[in-house]
Design a binder for this molecule. Structure first.
Ligand SMILES: C[S@@+](CC[C@H](N)C(=O)[O-])C[C@H]1O[C@@H](n2cnc3c(N)ncnc32)[C@H](O)[C@@H]1O
Ligand code: SF4
Length: 376
């Protein structure tokens, strides 16, 4: 039987743009009603493609989905349920910013069918939060986690490593606090300063405010150890979960399981094609109102690309990939020195070959970009 598919929906509205963020977002929500109507039209266009599939995950991402009025969210979820056959017990995740979390909203989200919330904590240090223009402080993040935890929702939280002003010690405290906060899933992202011109310039002007690469690497390894100590498993480069609490939807991306992507800039993998919608909000809405799906990219995935994807996406997972897949690829590759480098990576302890699978070690994850970019 085919693996159950997923649906991602991009909700792009935010109150303000955080210093580091390069996602497709808008701080002007005057188009929100039209946008929600456009999403419903897109779901109707996609419904025939979903025929024969079953679905077990819905991810409402952003942007700031928690900013969308709860009754609009409820209508949206119910529209999506009427178009796509979601199984009972499907994972329904909502991304929430701490400042939006109240008891009333939480109850409305639960009533709408949300059973998992991913909270953008980023840090428990007020200075670090202010430095990147977050609208919440540490107390707000604690309150949000507490409020959500009381309703028995599955909880995930994001932290960023490398925020301006952050030290190894303050990051260690962030991780420790999160591990004790009752979340069952943690995502840690390395700050990507190249996503915003202001951030890039700040790093150039005041490099002393940023951790060196070496300190970041050490802080990241320490975080992994602290989370392992608290019962979390490192199941994907950026993600840790208590056993059995991995993000069902996100795992589909790394295992190449079909997912539909609705909304501006949304990406999807469907019927062996990778597709993406346009990134301009007005164009997204207008094209759907004219009856067209606003697709900007639509590429078939060749068998060779599929084999490469199985390696570069699969190696992101703690479980790695079957060794013959990697080794067959290497044997057929024209990439000079790849075979020799593979042996070196194993010998140097960046990759481990065990029980017929190849996977990154913790130290290997840190250098995974350099390894994965060789599989071209
Ligand atoms: C799609 S964003 C939206 C989440 C939500 N709106 C929020 O702000 O909490 C998901 C996560 O990506 C991470 N992120 C966004 N931009 C980043 C950057 N430039 N570098 C590292 N992590 C980033 C943040 O941790 C954020 O929580
Ligand atoms: S980090 Fe979240 S709140 Fe901030 S701009 Fe990006 S999507 Fe919006």
């Amino acid at each position: 039987m085919k693996a159950a598919a997923g649906v991602y929906v991009h909700l792009p509205y935010c109150r303000s743009r955080c210093g580091y963020c390069a996602f497709v977002v808008s701080t002007d929500d005057s188009s929100r009603d039209d946008y929600l109507a456009a999403l419903v039209r897109e779901a109707a266009i996609l419904e025939p493609e979903a025929e024969g599939f079953r679905f077990d995950s819905l991810y409402l991402g952003g942007g700031t989905p928690s900013l969308v009025p709860a009754d609009d969210l409820a209508r949206l979820v119910s529209e999506l349920r009427s178009r796509f056959p979601f199984e009972d017990g499907s994972e329904v995740t909502l991304e929430a910013n701490p400042e939006d979390v109240t008891g009333d909203r939480r109850d409305a989200w639960v009533a709408a069918g949300v059973n998992r919330v991913s909270v953008g904590v980023q840090s428990f240090d007020d200075g670090e939060l202010a430095a990147v223009g977050r609208r919440h402080d540490a107390a707000g993040a604690r309150r949000a986690l507490d409020t959500l935890g009381k309703a028995g929702l599955a909880l995930s939280a994001d932290l960023i490593l490398g925020l301006p002003g952050q030290t190894r010690e303050s990051f260690r405290r962030n991780v420790e606090e999160l591990a004790r906060a009752g979340v069952e899933h943690v995502s840690i992202y390395l700050l990507e300063t190249d996503k915003s011109r202001a951030m890039e310039e700040d790093q150039r002007a005041r490099p002393d405010r940023y951790l060196s690469d070496g300190d970041q690497a050490d802080a990241w390894l320490e975080a992994g150890e602290a989370l392992a100590h608290r019962g979390f498993e490192h199941y994907e480069i950026s993600n840790w979960a208590r056993p059995g609490r991995e993000a069902r939807h996100n795992v589909k991306y790394w295992t190449r399981t079909p997912t539909l992507g609705l909304g501006v800039s949304a990406h999807e993998f469907w019927s062996d094609r990778r597709r993406a919608n346009v990134s301009a909000l007005a164009q997204y809405v207008n094209r759907l109102f004219a009856g067209d799906r606003p697709v900007a990219l639509d590429d078939p995935v060749s068998p060779e690309t599929a084999a490469r994807e199985r390696i570069v996406l699969g190696l992101r997972l703690g479980a790695g990939v079957p060794a013959p897949e990697v080794e067959t690829w290497i044997a057929g590759s024209d990439e000079p020195l790849l075979a020799a480098d593979y042996e070196d990576w194993l010998e140097a302890g960046l990759l481990r070959r065990e029980n017929g699978r190849v996977r990154f070690t913790e130290r290997g994850f840190l250098l995974s970009n350099e390894v994965l970019c060789r599989f071209v």
